[in-house]
Structure formats: structure tokens, C-alpha cells
Design a protein around this ligand. Structure first.
Ligand code: FAD
Ligand code: MLT
Ligand code: ZN
Length: 513
């Protein structure tokens, strides 16, 4: 049997490191110029030598040192930039951008490079402007909770900075140890707290941006209310670096909850998720802060790859999926009582919606339960190569979408023996956001062609969105029309044209010009 499996694995398969419709390596951008040695000399007159990484003279950076900037977190998108610039100040960013504008050199703004749609790496040889050296907190007002920070501050470091003042960041995501606040704003990142604190379109109060011609747009206001005409900052939130480089962010941070608890619930059927959500909302009301979903395979992968301590076999017996509920409230004993009451009523019901529930009993257990959910992304990347679809669809269709995709791949002969290992679903139920992941041995054209446009058509048939939170990047430019009307796309192009008529800022991302 083993030899049969091995023999099958050795059969020649159509493999492609750079699948054709993701990055067309052959055709460079016709409207842009490559970086030259003279450009590098000019960059070196703006930045200290340690901030110019280039394989071109007068720098002498080894090509391998640029790998971390040229390749994305998933190992799916690969650029060929010769030059990475790491400015420390807004003025330096402006000077670099001016030069690129004059020379018509493409720029990729880059934060922590944790993006999942290929937006953060070059398509060809664009210059990477990496913000990691812009990492200072500019101010924090503990009374209003308004934080003003350089765009390159890592999300976790901002969380740590404001923690002694009993405030938290309004967003939290698995990539918090690497992603930048500027990258979060540029992608309008969602994450695990959106249910409670809403999107960045609400909590970002102001931004500072370097426009494609090098102009500094200072909108770094710290006002809760400002109704003076068009709210320009909103255009940059979620623009994925196509309209300018965000250099500073002013953001409203909420007070830290006095008490946070969580519980993981095992469900016998997916059909129970919605009635459970309704019941949890009814019973927990104002203290409910997260309602996250993982299907059985996603859970098993998280456990397999060491993301949090799994439940006992008895506890997960027969579970088809799991829900993680978090509460954040004002009084621990009050919240614990509510959670205990919830569990008791769920387990004691005539037709229980859950088969089991495990309440965290300590900060370590609280983190461990969260890891089972947050760690799915990491587990997936350890398991294989992920095709990640980050979609908004009606909650009632979550399971159907996963099942239909799996059946479709099976019908194409691609499941298991055919190179796809798993099709899983997890995500933010409270936000109507399903993460549909197809995990394969390799990225291949065959799987890609089976998945697209199939999945986008499926999403459109449910009147959903092809991107709930990760963005469009390089991955979905060709698919934008599944979620946006022709009129919307035409307006987006006009906005791009207005800000960036030379098309230098993150070319090839979000919209095809
Ligand atoms: P990058 O990856 O560097 O860039 C992302 C995009 O923003 C690119 O288009 C880039 O050009 C642009 N950009 C970056 N910085 C700037 C800037 N200063 N100015 C202008 N444009 C800029 N996303 C979610 O929404 N929710 C999640 O729960 C979530 N969880 C994740 C968990 C893991 C383990 C991983 C690896 C990723 C996750 N993501 C999630 C995706 C990713 O972390 C977010 O999109 C994040 O906001 C990207 O931040 P970054 O600093 O890494 O940006
Ligand atoms: C998540 O919710 O875990 C993130 O958006 C990342 C992912 O989709 O894997
Ligand atoms: Zn997510």
C-alpha cells in the first residue's frame, strides 16, 4: 500500500512555481522604468547606507537578503525587486517617492509583509519601500485613548505600549507580532475584535500619507468629530497602498475590559451554529466580544500543528465544528456567572445545540483556547500550500460553500490523490466572514483553474463579497467585477488616476488599469 502511494506521488504532475495568472513574470509594466544604478545613488543621498538594500552598485546587498521582501508570507507570490528602501522619517519617504515619480519607477509600500493576497510584494522589479524603521509612538492621550503612531509600529508593540494605561488596540489578528499598524490601515484589516469594536473605518481618526508625487498629506487629526467636507482618509483605508504610502496613523483605542473569558463549544452539526449564535447573543448581550467558528478539519489541523492545547477525545467526540466565544466585560464574577449559566442552559436543553463546552480557567488556558482559532492560519501553512478565499456570504451558507467546493474538486479528480489535501472553513461568524481554505501539496495551474472562477461565481450567486477583510492585492484584480459594479470600478479607476496618474504606486494591485 505504501509503495502504491509513493508511486502515485511520483507520477508527473503539472507543477508551476509561479502560476500564470497570479504574476506574469514575462511582461514588465510598460509604463514604468526599471531601477538603475543612478537611482540607487540618488536613494543613497537621501537615506543612510543601512537603509538602502540593493543588488545594484553602489550598494552590494546579496540577492538572498532581499528574499524576505520579495516573497510573501505564504510563499505564493514572488517579486524580483533589486532595491529595498527603509526610510526613518516621513520626509525621507517623500523624497524617495518624488524621485520615483520623476523617474516613473514603481513602488510597493510594505509593512510587516503578512498580507495574504500578494499585495505586499512586487510583481516585477518595483522598489520596495519598507516602513519597519518608522516605528515610534508619536503620542498617546490616556484620557481620550487616542494613539498617534508611525505607520511601521508593530501591532503587538502598540498593544504593549498602551496596556499600562489600561487601553487596548481596537483590532487583533493572528499576525499581530509582525504586521504594522500602517499595513492594518492600508488593508482595512478585520480580525478578531471587529464584532466588538467595528472596522478601522470607524476607529482611525486620521492619517499622514505620502502621495504618489511625493506630497505629504497631513490628515493626522486627533479629533473624534470632524465634519469638514470629504473625509479623505477613508480613501486610504483599504486602498492597499495604491494611492499613497501611509506614514502615520491616529487611532482611537478603547479602554481595556476589566475581565475577559472564553469558552470553546463543540457542536454536533454545523446547522446548530446559527441558533447557537442567536442564543449566545441573547444571553451574553453586551459582554459578547467574539464568536469565531472552526470546522472539524481546521480544528484537527490546529491541534496537529501544535496551535493551542486541544480538548480531550471525549470532549470533542462527534463534533462537526467548534465555536469560540469570548466575553469582555466590567466584572469578572458577573461575566463568569453569565458564561456558566449559558453553558448550563445549552447543555441542559432538551435538544442541546452543543455536545460539550470547555471554559478557560486561567490566563494560560484563555490563550490556549484562542490559539486553537488564531493558530489555524499557521497550521494551514505548515500543512501545505494554501489557496485562501476570504469571503463574505450569508451565515447559513458557510458549510454549503465549503462542501460544494470540496465536491467540485473531487469531481475534477483533484481531492487527496489529486493533490488537494483538505478543504476547510473557519472564520468570523459574527462578521459573516468565512475563510475558505484549500490546502494542496503544491500551487498548480490545474488546481487554480478548478478553483477560479468557480469560487467567485459561487460567492456572487450568494450576493457575497470576494474579499471580506484580506483585500484584493495581486490575487483578485481580475475578479473585482464579481463584487463591484462597472460603475464602481470605473469610479475607482478615476480615483486612482487622480492620485496616481503615472501609475507608480503599487502597480498591478487592486485594479487593473
Ligand atoms: P503588508 O502585508 O506589508 O501589506 C499589505 C498591503 O498593505 C499591501 O498592499 C501593501 O502595499 C500595503 N501597505 C502596507 N503598509 C503600508 C503603508 N504604510 N502605506 C500604504 N500601504 C501599505 N487579516 C485580517 O484582516 N484579519 C485577520 O484576522 C488576519 N489574520 C492574519 C493572521 C496571520 C497569521 C497572517 C499571516 C495574516 C493575517 N491577516 C489578517 C492578513 C494580514 O496580516 C493583514 O492584512 C495585515 O493588516 C497586513 O499588515 P502588514 O503590515 O503585514 O502589511
Ligand atoms: C483569520 O481569521 O485567521 C485570518 O484572517 C487569517 C486567515 O484567513 O487565515
Ligand atoms: Zn480573518
Amino acid at each position: 500500500m505504501l509503495s502504491l502511494l509513493l508511486a502515485r506521488r511520483c507520477l508527473p504532475r503539472r507543477l508551476a512555481c509561479v502560476p500564470r495568472r497570479w504574476h506574469s513574470a514575462e511582461a514588465p509594466f510598460e509604463h514604468l522604468n526599471p531601477v538603475t544604478e543612478q537611482d540607487v545613488q540618488q536613494f543613497a543621498s537621501i537615506l543612510p547606507p543601512s537603509s538602502v538594500l540593493s543588488t545594484l552598485p553602489p550598494s552590494s546587498t546579496a540577492a538572498s537578503e532581499l528574499d524576505q521582501y520579495n516573497n510573501d508570507w505564504m510563499g505564493k507570490y514572488h517579486g524580483k525587486s533589486t532595491t529595498v528602501l527603509k526610510p526613518k522619517t516621513t520626509q525621507q519617504v517623500s523624497d524617495i517617492v518624488k524621485l520615483c515619480w520623476e523617474r516613473r519607477v514603481g513602488i510597493v509600500p510594505q509593512g510587516g509583509n503578512t498580507g495574504l493576497v500578494g499585495g505586499s510584494v512586487p510583481i516585477h522589479d518595483e522598489v520596495v519601500v519598507n516602513l519597519s524603521n518608522m516605528n515610534k509612538v508619536r503620542s498617546f492621550d490616556p484620557v481620550s485613548g487616542i494613539l498617534v503612531a508611525d505607520a511601521g509600529c508593530i501591532l503587538q508593540s502598540l498593544t504593549d505600549y498602551i496596556a499600562p494605561h489600561h487601553h487596548i488596540m481596537p483590532l487583533d489578528l493572528g499576525a499581530k507580532g509582525s504586521c504594522h499598524i500602517g499595513g492594518n490601515v492600508a488593508t482595512n484589516a478585520g480580525g478578531l475584535r471587529l464584532l466588538r469594536y467595528g472596522s478601522l473605518h470607524g476607529s482611525v481618526l486620521g492619517i499622514e500619507v505620502v502621495l504618489p508625487d511625493g506630497t505629504i498629506l497631513d490628515q493626522l487629526t486627533s479629533l473624534r468629530k470632524d465634519n469638514t467636507g470629504y473625509d479623505l482618509k477613508q480613501l486610504f483605508i483599504g486602498a492597499e497602498g495604491t494611492l499613497g504610502i501611509i506614514t502615520g496613523v491616529s487611532i482611537l483605542t478603547p479602554p481595556a475590559p476589566q475581565a475577559s473569558n472564553n469558552v470553546i463549544l463543540a457542536l454536533p452539526h454545523f446547522d446548530n451554529v446559527l441558533p447557537l449564535y442567536k442564543e449566545v447573543k441573547r444571553q451574553l448581550s453586551e459582554i459578547l466580544s467574539a464568536f469565531e467558528f472552526i470546522d472539524r478539519t481546521a480544528y484537527d489541523l490546529a491541534v496537529k500543528h501544535g496551535q493551542g492545547r486541544g480538548l480531550t477525545e471525549e470532549e470533542v467526540d462527534g463534533a462537526q465544528c467548534f465555536v469560540l466565544v469570548e466575553t469582555s466585560g466590567g466584572r469578572r464574577d458577573h461575566d463568569e456567572e453569565k458564561l456558566n449559566d449559558l453553558l448550563e442552559s445549552l447543555l441542559g436543553a432538551d435538544q442541546p445545540l452543543i455536545t460539550n463546552g470547555v471554559l478557560s480557567q486561567s490566563p494560560a488556558q484563555f490563550s490556549s483556547l484562542w490559539s486553537l482559532r488564531e493558530g489555524v492560519t499557521e497550521a494551514v501553512s505548515k500543512e501545505g500550500k494554501a489557496y485562501k478565499y476570504d469571503i463574505s456570504v450569508p451565515l447559513s451558507t458557510f458549510k454549503q460553500v465549503v462542501d460544494v467546493t470540496r465536491d467540485h474538486l473531487r469531481s475534477k479528480g483533484l481531492l487527496h490523490d489529486g493533490a488537494v489535501k483538505h478543504v476547510i472553513g473557519y472564520g468570523h461568524v459574527g462578521d459573516g466572514n468565512l475563510h475558505l481554505n484549500v490546502i494542496a501539496e503544491q500551487y498548480t495551474d490545474e488546481i487554480q483553474d478548478a478553483l477560479e472562477p468557480f469560487i467567485y461565481e459561487l460567492v456572487a450567486s450568494h450576493r457575497g463579497s470576494i474579499s471580506a477583510e484580506h483585500g484584493i492585492g495581486a490575487m483578485k484584480t481580475h475578479a473585482l467585477h464579481f463584487s463591484k459594479s462597472d460603475v464602481s470600478i470605473a469610479l475607482m479607476k478615476q480615483i486612482k488616476q487622480l492620485f496616481d496618474p503615472r501609475g507608480i504606486m503599487n502597480p498591478g494591485k487592486v485594479i487593473e488599469l
